[in-house]
Write a protein that binds this ligand. Structure first.
Ligand code: PHE
Length: 369
């Protein structure tokens, strides 16, 4: 019997039983009993979850130890100190027993983790995709390929000569104003002129002819620049330029190729029409329209009387063939040049109401395609 228990024993014999004595006695006996009981319970613990339950039972907020601490208020002031000190010792001992035991679980057991977290949603890896303009360019290339067209690229920063002079637009010709050109601040060359951001892909026409290989079936797709910005124009955009030069090429070939492209790109129920136009580098020249995907040529809010303008086309002007070193008496050709963005926007079901969205790099927009 410990001295404390002995004291309680004597007290009980000599004095009437009071609450204080009962509690004091409880503590002394419970001290060893509690630890024994805890050790017995731990023998049956085989998982972290079981251990957590035991921790809560003993040292949790509403656990056994806190319940004992709360009894302190029932004690007389002189008893509290001793009672509290002994409870603190008990608490430390219980914590040590539990901590020592929990070392058995220091390595998390994966199957238990699975059990605990299998309802957590997984992390979805972000997957990127090509930009819509890249998608459109690839689609355009694939459509022209079976007809024998090869994709090429020519400088996006080029001499004025290839953008204008070689295309039958001499210096100071008013037609040049239609290509609102960015001039680059670089030295002027007597023959080639100033350096420009190519305002159209037609700069590739004479460059292709100067390669000296005939016949020609060129598809030049490049970035262009013009001083323009509004809902349907951007200062930078892409064009695709077709050029065919061979013997006996005429307008029916041009119309056939454009129809083939339109049906493949826009859908078999769509059709094109040619309107007379004026370009200095083609004769005759045309503007090419596609029937509206909403009203099919009848006329609606979205179109100009049932049609949308696609771009320019025509039979290569003899002066352009000459600039490319080709004899216009022996060879003829056709060319066409359209904006990639605009063409893509006219695809059925593409609801892009402002061309500038395409280059704003807003993922909320781009992820839709
Ligand atoms: N280059 C012209 C433009 O930018 C389009 C065009 C190309 C027209 C080829 C005729 C032939 O508008």
């Amino acid at each position: 019997m410990t001295p404390v228990n002995f004291y309680i024993y004597i007290s009980l014999a000599l004095f009437p039983i009071t609450d204080i004595f009962v509690i004091s006695m409880d503590i002394s006996e419970n001290h060893e009993n509690l630890k024994h009981e805890l050790k017995e319970k731990l023998k049956c613990v085989s998982s972290r979850q079981d251990l957590e339950k035991i921790k809560l039972e003993y040292i949790g907020k509403k656990g056994i130890l806190n319940q004992l601490f709360s009894k302190m208020t029932d004690l007389a002031a002189n008893e509290r100190k001793d009672f509290g000190a002994r409870l603190n010792v008990l608490k430390n001992e219980i914590e040590t027993i539990i901590n020592d035991f929990s070392n058995n679980f220091s390595q998390p057991n994966t199957s238990e983790y699975d059990e605990l977290y299998n309802s957590l949603p997984g992390k979805k890896p972000e997957i990127g995709h090509t930009h819509i303009i890249t998608q459109a360019i690839r689609e355009i290339v694939d459509i022209f390929k079976p007809l024998g067209f090869t994709r090429v690229r020519y400088p996006e920063v080029d001499w004025e000569y290839f953008a204008f002079e070689a295309l039958n637009m001499p210096e100071d010709h008013p037609a040049r104003d239609d290509w609102e050109t960015f001039f680059v601040d670089l030295p002027f060359d007597k023959k080639m002129g100033r350096v420009v951001l190519t305002p159209h892909t037609s700069n590739g026409q004479v460059r292709e002819m100067l390669k000296g290989k005939l016949p020609i079936r060129m598809l030049n797709i490049s970035r262009c620049g013009r001083r323009q910005i509004d809902i349907s124009h951007g200062p930078t955009f892409f064009q695709f330029e077709g050029l065919v030069v061979d013997k006996n090429i005429n307008t029916t070939h041009l119309k056939g190729v454009l129809n083939y492209f339109a049906k493949n790109f826009f859908g078999p129920d769509r059709k094109i029409r040619l309107r007379p136009y004026d370009f200095r580098f083609t004769e005759p020249s045309f503007e090419v329209d596609i029937d509206c995907g909403m009203c099919h040529g009848k006329g609606c809010k979205l179109c100009k009387g049932g049609w949308h303008e696609l771009g320019g086309a025509g039979m290569v002007h003899p002066n352009v063939l000459k600039a490319g070193g080709i004899d216009p008496e022996k060879y003829s050709g056709f060319a066409f040049g359209w904006g990639v963005e605009r063409t893509y926007m006219m695809k059925s079901g593409t609801k892009i109401d402002d061309i500038r969205h395409i280059f704003a790099n807003d993922l909320r927009f781009l992820e839709q395609f």
